[in-house]
Design a protein around this ligand. Structure first.
Ligand code: KIV
Length: 279
């Protein structure tokens, strides 16, 4: 008799309760196989709209669609069992109204089975966050450098380096916390500002280019594995998989050209017929 032990998935309230506790470990994933690898180590897997740049070679996240997010969200849910899976809401799928945001979020949650969604924006999204949270949609907010606003910000650059600019970022973080977000991503914010926000709001902050004081950290998987051609200063490369992939592909190409692959180990022989018995 086999004993089936069900693996319980972490929930948004579980991670909300980690404020000030053991740091939350988060990474992005867009595929079933990488999700399975991450699941053993991460509390949260983000299906980020960075997939537009990483998977599709786009310059920004602006062209990413709800359909793209749902497709990869399903893959990540199939690959993982324990981590909370959060799916990013892409540009244009939630900003027009709180009703539009709910319709998009409901689609993402129904079609992927994910446990929460993420959206960008602080004060301006507070009413929407409250509307979603009251209707059963756990929301992770994202303030600081918000890549979907790259055209308005004038580029991907660190925010709040001048203490005279801190107030709006602090107001953004407090607004999303008061609105009922279960966590907030702080991206590319000056370190002392990120530490100060972390100390002053009641929900966990997840830093990316922010501060070691944050309640958790997140990176884009391909950036930390050394697979992205250009990475921001805040990325630490924990591996350099590019050369390993290059060596493997080069060896494969050489063996195919030399007819050294496949060998007898990689092909199917024909079934041998048993000899016909004579009279
Ligand atoms: O889309 C993404 O990968 C993100 C992370 C950088 C937080 O939003």
């Amino acid at each position: 008799m086999s004993v089936h032990i069900e693996q319980k998935r972490l929930t948004a309230p579980d991670l909300r309760a980690r404020k000030g506790g053991l740091p939350i470990v988060a990474l992005t994933s867009y595929h079933a196989h990488t999700a399975a690898l991450l699941d053993r180590h991460c509390d949260l897997i983000l299906v980020g709209d960075s997939l537009g740049m990483v998977m599709h070679g786009l310059e920004t996240t602006i062209p990413v669609t709800l359909e793209m997010m749902i497709l990869q969200g399903k893959a990540v849910m199939r690959g993982s069992r324990r981590a909370l899976v959060v799916v990013d809401m892409p540009f244009g799928s939630y900003e027009a109204s709180k009703e539009q945001a709910f319709a998009s979020a409901a689609r993402v949650m129904k079609e992927t089975g994910c446990g929460a969604i993420k959206l960008e924006g602080g004060k301006r999204m507070a009413e929407t966050i409250a509307f979603l949270a009251e209707r059963g949609v756990p929301v992770m907010a994202h303030v600081g450098l918000t890549p979907q606003s790259v055209n308005a910000l004038g580029g991907f650059r660190a925010q709040g380096r001048d203490p005279a600019e801190w107030a709006p970022f602090e107001e953004d973080a407090r607004a999303v916390s008061d609105a009922g977000a279960f966590a907030v991503v702080l991206e590319a914010l000056a370190e002392p500002l990120a530490a100060r926000i972390t100390a002053n709001i009641v929900i966990p902050t997840i830093g990316i280019g922010a501060s070691p004081a944050c309640d958790g950290q997140i990176l884009v998987l391909e950036d930390m594995l050394g697979l992205s051609p250009r990475v921001p200063k805040f990325v630490k490369r924990y591996a350099d998989l590019g050369p390993a992939i290059d060596a493997a592909v080069s060896a494969y190409a050489a063996e195919v050209r030399a007819r050294a692959f496949p060998t007898v180990d990689h092909v199917y022989g024909a079934k041998t017929k048993s000899p016909v018995k004579g009279p």
